[in-house]
Design a protein around this ligand. Structure first.
Ligand code: COA
Length: 412
């Protein structure tokens, strides 16, 4: 079966997490992703957080599957010549170097366009044009500057970053959408274009409901926030703990036997109140005017959840889920990484996949969460450093002698 992006060649100048997330998805969709890495050391994540000495880290292998790797010193003269050949050969270039790094190597957008007017040039940077445009950025900086940290955690505690890599992987995902849109536009116009995603912008996009709440705040307190009904709201969106971001109240409730992840998230929709009260044996509160409607419950949501928690404490999180979801009450146990890694359903759908690597043996990775019915993803392993250098250079027209000379010069 052919793949959605078969025939699309990607010159992958990405490193660390944000850019590799983007190109990994393009590779899963069938693009030929050629990852360019500095000779000798490669992407810095190959050696970061290693769990096995001298073997590419899980950090690297879980972000670079299905790609080919070539080594190239793009600052050397021969390396630059090869880079331009690759630019002619490819449809898409993706990079997430520090601002200006490609320009400093002489690879300006003007020149790239002249050499290959059809090339789509995707970049991740920390910030868009503005006072911080030249700054380097990592995940948590983006979470802090995109509004996530100020709105995550509890009111009486410090701003909190989330474990979901919304700055890095979140921006990489946005970049995928931009590149695919540009590829479709190119199929009509024949022209390439620049696709730029700033990590601050991507995080803010993912926090859009908090900017919604900022505007609602000017018209009165946020009634679904745990701070309500006190009037202690300032002039900015506070941290709302585990409150639901939507119009339906939700909270994390303790379950048996009381371990660190023995919790279930429960949402109380208006029709769910009667069902929940039935389950916990408080039928009296179904019609009691002090409890019966969402409006009267709003100022005492904490008490509502305490009532339900008295019941969840007597069940394991999966038992509670079984009972509640049968009634149509939206809920979900807090899943640990251990449980997710072992989850049979996720393995069946290949969202969690075991991959064989020549140096590390088997490792677990997250497969493609986007399922195309006519382009299913086969998640392969990440390449070894420079594994495909000779093959790719031959494909772009270098002779064996030229390849040997490039090697002697240290360009590859
Ligand atoms: N050949 C020759 N030189 C190469 C090369 C290659 N194949 N690959 C990289 N380099 C050079 C770069 O040109 C740069 O040189 P310069 O400093 O002379 O311009 C140098 O290696 C270092 O690259 P840089 O991007 O500055 O790496 P860094 O480790 O200092 O910074 C980041 C890392 C992630 C902070 C930075 O790249 C960044 O801000 N990127 C954009 C935002 C981003 O993606 N952040 C999230 C990362 S998950």
């Amino acid at each position: 079966m052919s793949k959605a992006l078969e025939g699309v060649r990607v010159l992958d100048m990405t490193h660390v997490q944000s850019g590799p997330t983007c190109t990994q998805i393009l590779a899963w969709f069938g693009a030929d992703v050629i990852k360019v890495e500095f000779p000798g050391r490669g992407d810095i994540t190959r050696s970061q957080l290693r769990d096995i000495p001298d073997v590419d880290s899980l950090y690297f292998t879980m972000l670079n599957s299905n790609k080919r790797s070539i080594t190239l010193n793009t600052k050397s003269e021969k390396g630059k010549d090869i880079f331009w050949k690759l630019v002619r050969h490819c449809d898409v270039l993706v990079e997430n170097f520090a601002p200006g790094a490609l320009d400093r190597m002489g690879f300006t957008w003007d020149k790239i366009q002249q050499v290959n007017p059809g090339l789509i040039y995707g970049s991740v940077k920390g910030f868009g044009p503005g006072p911080f445009v030249d700054f380097k950025v990592y995940e948590n900086v983006a979470q802090c500057m995109g509004g996530s940290a100020s709105t995550t955690g509890f009111d009486d505690d410090v701003p909190t970053v989330t474990g979901a890599q919304i700055g890095d992987s979140g921006t990489g995902l946005h970049l995928v959408a931009g590149i695919l849109a540009a590829l479709i536009q190119r199929s009509h116009t024949g022209e390439g274009q620049r696709v730029e995603c700033a990590m601050q912008d991507a995080v803010l996009n993912l926090c859009r409901i908090k900017l919604r709440d900022q505007q609602r705040l000017t018209r009165g307190p946020l009634k679904e926030y745990p701070q309500y009904p006190s009037d202690e709201f300032g002039d900015f969106v506070p941290r709302s703990g585990n409150a639901s971001g939507g119009g339906q109240p939700g909270w994390v409730l303790k379950c048996a036997p009381g371990g660190q992840n023995d919790f279930i998230y429960v949402i109380i929709q208006p029709p769910g109140w009667a069902l929940l009260m039935g389950v916990i044996g408080r039928e009296d509160l179904i019609t009691d005017p002090d409890w019966a409607t969402p409006e009267v419950r709003l100022p005492k949501l904490d008490q509502c959840f305490e009532l339900v928690e008295e019941w969840t404490l007597t069940k394991s999180k999966f038992e509670a889920m079984e009972v509640l979801s049968k009634l149509g009450v939206p809920c979900g146990p807090i899943m640990s990484m251990k449980e997710l890694g072992e989850d049979e359903a996720l393995r069946k759908t290949k969202t969690v996949v075991e991959v064989e690597h020549p140096e590390r043996g088997k490792y677990l990775t997250v497969g493609n969460p986007i399922k195309l019915s006519k382009s299913p993803s086969e998640v392969g392993r990440a390449p070894l450093l420079g594994e495909h250098t000779e093959k790719v250079l031959a494909e772009i027209g270098l002779t064996e002698e030229e390849i040997e000379n490039a090697r002697l010069d240290g360009a590859i």
